[in-house]
Design a protein around this ligand. Structure first.
Ligand code: UT7
Length: 317
């Protein structure tokens, strides 16, 4: 993982919009988040995250044959951020593309990378999830600006020597009929960049939070059960549950519905806020670097986001 140095606390936000630390903590569990500097962009974090993942895996960038970057807040609309990662790590001529599935993007990327490996079309795949949502949030909208943070995380996927290790299964879903629950309406071909579009604030994230909340709880529980069942597992078999870190109340409600073992749910939303596609790999890296995930343990990752999209992946560590 790689995150900006600057920490923005709820007290800092109290000076910016009509909010309180008490409201933010009670409704979301967030206490602080990381925020990129004005001159920093996604690749300032996506590149080091990819470097650190390769170093940890002991894989040379030149041996990587596919790069996937999940993001909805790239450096530039095009070319893809994954191409900058590919160039930086020296994965000469390897295919690279970005994946747009918002907060669910990293898990979609892991599933895709695993498919390439299973099909024998790739040996070493780098999957990055990264966002700079503080760059596209409306800093006058208290309903959204307090929620998000910046950062990136990455993994290296490789074929496992044994059949009972690695990405054991996954479930991916979308419901495009609810595309307007969380969106950034301006800047594309529907509302191209113009003074009028910007005056209307369409270049910012908009979210119908309460409706999103309810959908998230139900879908996250469902898709987690589906992915586990696909591997012949039950929630009680999970050693580590890594949910998308959007809201502490969502995480608690999903944990209760799923009935994963006590103490298996990893939570860091208090320190990073909602980092969208980066939230699962940041949490995974924290757990792993702390030596808390043991070989052979079952890790369940699950996420929900704009699209709507939702997905889970089960990994035998
Ligand atoms: O990552 C992608 C998926 N995204 C999510 O999963 C986010 C899902 N949604 C949520 O996490 C929650 O819905 C929020 C944290 C965004 C909002 O919590 P809520 O309990 O659903 O609150 P609400 O939107 O129903 O708003 C309750 C009240 C409103 O005031 P009134 O109308 O009751 O007077 C809001 O105006 O809270 C007000 N409010 C705030 N007050 C202080 C909204 N934002 C703030 C704020 N500070 N920052």
């Amino acid at each position: 993982m790689a995150v900006p140095e600057r920490v923005v606390t709820n007290a800092d936000l109290e000076k910016l919009v009509d909010t309180t630390d008490e409201w933010i903590v009670t409704r979301t569990g967030i206490r602080e988040r990381r925020m990129a500097a004005p001159d920093e962009a996604l690749t300032d974090f996506a590149l080091p995250a990819a470097d650190r993942a390769l170093e940890m895996a002991g894989v040379a960038g030149t041996d990587v044959d596919l790069v996937i970057c999940a993001t909805v807040s790239p450096d530039r609309i095009f070319p893809a951020t994954s191409c900058a990662v590919q160039d930086h790590i020296g994965a000469l001529d390897a295919p690279a593309f970005d994946l747009s599935a918002a907060c669910t993007g990293f898990i979609y990327g892991v599933a895709l990378g695993a498919q390439f490996i299973e099909a024998g079309r790739a040996r070493n795949v780098v999957v990055v999830g990264g966002e700079m949502l503080t760059k596209i949030v409306d800093w006058t909208d208290r309903a959204t600006c307090v929620l998000f943070g910046d950062g990136a995380g990455a993994v290296v996927l490789q074929a496992a020597a044994e059949d009972d290790r690695g990405v054991m299964g996954y479930a991916l879903h979308a419901d495009g009929s609810l595309g307007d629950l969380i969106e950034r309406p301006g800047g594309g071909s529907r509302a191209p960049i113009s003074h009028e579009m910007i005056d209307a604030g369409q270049h910012h994230i908009t979210m119908r939070g309460n409706e999103t909340f309810k959908k998230a709880v139900r879908r996250l529980a469902e898709v987690s059960e589906e992915a586990l069942a696909g591997c012949g597992l039950e929630p009680l078999d999970v050693d580590w549950f890594i949910p998308h870190q959007a809201n502490r109340r969502i995480i608690d409600a999903v944990g209760q519905r799923l009935a994963v073992p006590e103490g298996s749910t990893y939570v860091n939303v208090d320190r990073y806020g909602n980092t969208s596609a980066a939230s699962v790999p940041i949490a995974l890296d924290e757990l792993n670097r702390a030596g808390r995930i043991q070989p052979g343990q079952t890790v369940l990752m699950t996420a929900f986001g704009s699209g709507l999209t939702w997905a889970s992946a089960v990994v035998k560590w």
